[in-house]
Every structure is written in C-alpha cells, then in structure tokens.
Design a binder for this molecule. Structure first.
Ligand code: G
Ligand code: G
Ligand code: MN
Ligand code: NA
Length: 255
C-alpha cells in the first residue's frame, strides 16, 4: 500500500517527529513527566495522525523500527531532563496491543539503550490499554515481567473506557492509572463522572497506584481533580503536545 511505502521512507527521511506533552503534579503545578506522542509530517499530505499510520506500521512490521525510534528519541531527551530539570523525570511512551505482544519487540534492547546512557529503567513508563490485560496471554504476562525486572514502569491508558474488569489491577503490577478524558470532560460537582473519578482515585491509591487525569482543559476540572486527590493532570490547560526543543524550553522557563 502506498502510505505504508511512504512510512518506510519517512523513518529514513526524518519525517517522523516526537512531540511531548507535560504531565503536571497537580498539588505543586510542576511538570514531573512527559508523554511522548509520535507525529508524521508527510511531504504531500501534511500531518498524518498516528491513529491512521500506527495500524499500517503494525500490519507491515514497521512498528518494531518505529517503536525503537520512539524509545531512542525518548531516552536522549529524558537523560537531558533528568540531569537539567529533575533527577526523577520520566518519559511515558505508548505501545499499541499488537506492538506490545510481539515476540521480537523485546525489552532487552530497551534496557541496552538505557544502560548505554547510564539511565535507570524508572526513566521510562510504558502506556498500555486495559484491553491488553483483559485477555492477557502468556506473551503479555512475560512482557510485563520483563518490564518489571528492568524497573520500567507501566501506566494503564484510557482507563475506564474498556471492560474495566478490576481484577487485573491486583493480578498485574501497574504503576499508574490514566483516567480517560471522556470522564474529565464532564467533571462537575455532584456529577456521575465526578463520582466515578472519585472512586477510581480512591481505589487506585488503596492499591498503591498513582493517578493521571487526561484531557484537563479547564481550571475547574483541575481543582475538582485536585480535591479528589488525583496526583497528576495532563491536557490543554497545561499545554498541547509540542516539539521536543519547545518542551525543553518550557522546562527551562519553569525552573
Ligand atoms: O496525540 P494524538 O491524539 O494524535 O495521538 C493519537 C493516538 O496515537 C493516541 O492513542 C496515542 O496513544 C497514539 N500514539 C501516539 N504516539 C504513539 C507511539 O509512539 N506509539 C504508539 N503505538 N501509539 C502512539
Ligand atoms: O490515547 P492516548 O491517551 O495516548 O492519546 C493521547 C491523546 O490525547 C493525544 O492525541 C493528545 O494529543 C490528546 N490530548 C491531550 N490533551 C488533550 C486535551 O486536553 N483535550 C483533548 N481533547 N485531547 C487531548
Ligand atoms: Mn497515552
Ligand atoms: Na489516553
């Protein structure tokens, strides 16, 4: 397929870029982490969404190369942000279910990248979706154990949108829950989304997980989340995803 061929060229031709969006510690307002979000600037089509090209990358096997490119870029930047901004800064990278389950996408290579830069596994968080844990096969369990052994942390992305069978929260070692932005959007005192968010936060904390609310767009949403005990927020209220050098400047400005 045409776009798949273009994607092969994009990897080599420098058309891929990694954007970063701040993850803010709600109580202090400080940026503790960044989510890495891939962008493809296609020479004719302009920006192509990852929602469109990640499936092509999976079907063609290019996802492996793209995934290692994302990690290599991420660790270069996280090294800088750990040394210049905060020693515990983390970069969070997304992995789609197919990508996560592939045998050839081993975390040994990741660990090598981290070790080469003298970075601990805790520099990186991997974002996966709950669907993956729902029908977890041995490939998924093994991957999670590999991550754990490497010290790499795990976040459950889009939490609350799938079949939130909560039993997997005790079965697997998860570090962060990311409350999906469909809950954040309609947050208001006494609303059902407020009740659900409250419950998710209480439960997560009792299980030893930290909570990141996605899609925070208004100061009211931030205040309600903070009052509910939510640990972190991410969304347009703080900043949109931006090129790495801009993110770097943003960190310097808040220092
Ligand atoms: O930033 P944006 O809304 O365009 O992201 C769209 C989707 O693409 C999100 O679901 C996000 O998780 C996914 N995505 C972004 N970057 C990556 C990446 O590096 N790898 C994978 N597998 N998915 C990504
Ligand atoms: O699926 P995942 O949660 O990884 O995707 C994150 C997506 O959410 C990215 O595409 C990012 O651009 C988008 N996003 C980040 N902050 C906001 C926000 O405040 N509002 C909305 N509508 N989208 C957001
Ligand atoms: Mn994500
Ligand atoms: Na999400």
């Amino acid at each position: 397929m045409r776009l798949t061929n273009d994607l092969r060229g994009a990897l080599k031709g420098g058309q891929l870029a990694l954007y970063f969006q701040p993850i803010v510690h709600l109580r202090t307002g400080r940026i503790h982490k960044a989510e890495a979000l891939i962008r493809w600037n296609h020479p004719q089509r302009g920006m192509v969404s990852p929602l469109e090209f990640i499936p092509l990358a999976e079907a063609s096997g290019l996802i492996i190369e793209i995934g290692s490119w994302v990690l290599r870029e991420s660790v270069q930047w996280v090294r800088r942000w750990r040394s210049e901004h905060h020693p515990e800064f983390q970069v969070s990278v997304n992995q789609s279910p197919l990508e996560f389950q592939r045998e050839d996408g081993s975390y040994q290579a990741w660990l090598g990248e981290l070790q080469a830069l003298d970075l601990p596994g805790q520099s990186v968080v991997v974002e996966i979706t709950e669907g993956l844990l729902l029908d977890a096969n041995s490939a998924v369990s093994n991957k999670l154990l590999q991550l754990r052994d490497a010290g790499i942390q795990v976040a459950l992305d889009d939490f609350g949108t799938g079949y939130s069978s909560l039993s997997y929260l005790k079965k697997f070692d998860i570090d962060y829950l990311k409350i999906d932005r469909s809950f954040t959007r309609n947050l208001a005192p006494e609303s059902s989304d407020m009740a659900l968010s409250d419950a998710i936060i209480v439960m997560a904390h009792k299980l030893g997980l930290r909570v990141i609310a996605e899609g925070v767009e208004t100061a009211e949403q931030r205040e309600l989340l903070l009052a509910a005990g939510c640990d972190y927020g991410q969304g347009y209220l703080f900043a949109r995803p931006m090129p790495a050098d801009q993110f770097d400047a943003l960190l310097k400005a808040q220092a």
